[in-house]
Structures are given as C-alpha cells and as structure tokens.
Design a protein around this ligand. Structure first.
Ligand SMILES: Nc1nc2c(ncn2[C@@H]2O[C@H](COP(=O)(O)OP(=O)(O)OP(=O)(O)O)[C@@H](O)[C@H]2O)c(=O)[nH]1
Length: 174
C-alpha cells in the first residue's frame, strides 16, 4: 500500500510544474491524448490555446527573478480560475502556458483567448503592476490521431504571428 502511494506521488510529481502547480508538458500530453481520443470518437470540437507573457525578460530584469516567479504563479491562478474545470491547463516551461479546450471550436477558442488577455491586462500583479500576454489558437482538423502535434504547431505559429504583429493580441491558425 505504501509503495502504491509512493508511486502515485512520484507519478504526480513527474507530471506537475513545481512552481505553478499546473501540469507540465508530460502531464499535459498524457491528459490531452485522452481528450483527443474522446473528441475523435464523439466528433466534438477540440481546440488549443498557447499563451506567452509579453516582454517577460524585461519583467525579470526590472523587478527581479522572484517577482518574475510571482507573475508566473499569478497567471497560473488566473487561468485556473477563469477556465472551465474540463480545460487542461499546463505550463510548458519559461513563460509559455498551454490550454486544451474540449468541446470548443476555433471561433469560441479565439473568443476565450481575447477574454483571457483582457483579464490579464486588467489584473495588476503585486510588485510588478500590469502585464500583457499574447495568444495563439488552433483547432482539431478531421479525426487525425496525430492531431495534437499538428494543432500545437499551428497554435505556436499563431502565437508567433500575435507577437510579430504587436503583442497583447490573440491570433488563430486553422
Ligand atoms: N522568473 C522566472 N523567469 C523565467 C523562468 N523561466 C524562464 N524565465 C525567463 O523568461 C525570459 C523569457 O524571455 P524571452 O524568451 O526573450 O521572451 P520575452 O522577454 O517575454 O519576449 P516576448 O515573448 O517576445 O514578448 C528569460 O529571461 C528567462 O530567463 C522562471 O521559471 N522564472
């Protein structure tokens, strides 16, 4: 029993980002595969949103690394609070967050992105003040079992576009 508990604990640690308590990339991929299989079987939409804090290096440089960490934990908290229970929220490392949105098509995902960015902009963070972020959105195309990798690649392209065209915006790539 103790061994089982210890294993469960280890498994949980291996899937979790220690700073924010969100899933890490490994934990995200495990849960996302289940959501993907469900979406393919049911024919329901599935979208992904990647979110990256703007000028985070500048925040670290100006306010210090601990303040930077506080920005990351505050953003994690805001995402968990604003999104649905069924949404899969992860930190992939650095200042990049990824959210999988079950039962959500591209248009709704873009709307969610805009609304999140607005909340982020309006919510001051202690020691740091107001920050902004950029987002990229994409949705599952067809019933492709490799859909996750492709969807993440398109969301990253859209995020890059959002950064390139001025930041503090959400772009969609389908
Ligand atoms: N405080 C803190 N900083 C981190 C952590 N992980 C990565 N960073 C910092 O995040 C910064 C990322 O900088 P860039 O990739 O240049 O991005 P950016 O400054 O946000 O610029 P844009 O994304 O183009 O708006 C670097 O300075 C890293 O050192 C962390 O866990 N905590």
């Amino acid at each position: 029993m103790e061994l089982q508990q210890a294993n469960a604990e280890l498994e949980c640690q291996a899937s979790t980002d220690p700073l924010t308590g969100l899933l890490n990339r490994r934990g995200f991929e495990t849960q996302a595969q289940v959501a993907l299989a469900l979406a393919i079987r049911s024919g329901r939409p599935l979208s992904v949103l990647t979110l990256d804090i703007d000028f985070f290096k500048h925040i670290n440089d100006q306010f210090g690394h601990d303040a930077g960490d506080l920005v990351l934990t505050s953003l994690a908290h805001l995402l968990r609070k604003r999104l649905r229970q069924a949404d899969i929220v992860a930190r992939f490392g650095g200042e990049e967050f990824v959210v999988l949105l079950p039962d959500t098509d591209g248009e709704d995902a873009l709307r969610t992105g805009h609304s999140l960015l607005q909340t982020i902009e309006e919510t001051p963070i202690p020691q740091v003040g107001h920050i902004t972020a950029s987002a990229g959105v994409s949705s599952l195309q067809g019933g492709d079992a490799d859909g996750l990798t492709d969807m993440l690649r398109r969301a990253d392209d859209a995020l890059y576009q959002a950064k390139r065209t001025g930041r503090n915006r959400a772009c969609r790539r389908d």
